[in-house]
Design a protein around this ligand. Structure first.
Ligand SMILES: [Zn+2]
Length: 210
């Protein structure tokens, strides 16, 4: 898979295209700004590689520790961090709950220390209302972040496919054709062939487990 620097370059080079296409399709400066901003954020800081010690993780600076539980609970390149849509959705939920938790603690402390009056119900209601009111904006931001993360998944996948291709040739990209071929050729001396192919399969399974 490509290095962090390559991922950064891909993000920066595709940014003008994303912004241009969005502006062309929506004719809205605000939406374009949100999608482009989300794309940069998703590509540089909020990407799938937060599941490992990476550039994304380092860019959070002082606040990088908030991603430690995320890293601990996810295997690197797992479906939950590198899967389309699900990866970004989970990260948004994770970050929101972390930030929400921190805000709740700060407010509770302020209430206790300075005797501030705070109506939790009103606060929750106004938050819900603004979520509905700015639904389009939030959706645009999410879409931008998903596109930024998607450029990462795509280059990860195409990078590893290219590596496989360089190692094993075209056959590595067409696994189903390979299996068919083996079946037809094993007709002549079925017994011995199946034994060896079975053994081969076992070896394959074992090496995949690693
Ligand atoms: Zn990755």
């Amino acid at each position: 898979m490509p290095s962090g620097r390559t991922h950064d370059r891909i993000t920066l080079w595709t940014l003008p295209w994303v912004a241009g296409l969005t502006l062309w399709q929506t004719r809205s400066g605000n939406i374009t700004l949100l999608i482009a901003g989300g794309f940069l954020f998703g590509g540089l800081m909020f990407g799938p590689d937060l599941d490992i010690y990476s550039r994304h993780y380092q860019r959070w600076g002082w606040f990088r520790w908030i991603w430690l539980p995320y890293q601990k609970s996810l295997r690197h390149r797992s479906f939950l961090s590198h899967g389309p849509i699900i990866g970004t959705t989970l990260r948004v939920i994770y970050l929101c709950s972390m930030v929400g938790f921190a805000i709740a603690i700060i407010l509770l402390l302020a209430q206790k220390l300075f005797n501030l009056q705070w109506d939790w119900q009103i606060a929750g209601e106004s938050m819900g209302r603004s979520l509905v009111f700015y639904a389009t904006e939030f959706l645009a931001l999410f879409l931008g972040m998903e596109l930024g993360a998607m450029s990462h998944y795509l280059s990860d996948w195409s990078g590893s496919a290219y590596k496989r291709f360089k190692k094993k040739g075209v056959a590595s990209l067409l696994p189903s054709v390979k299996i068919k071929k083996r079946k037809t050729s094993s007709r002549t001396t079925r017994r011995t062939r199946t034994k060896t192919s079975r053994r081969r399969q076992n070896v394959k399974v074992k090496s995949q487990d690693k």
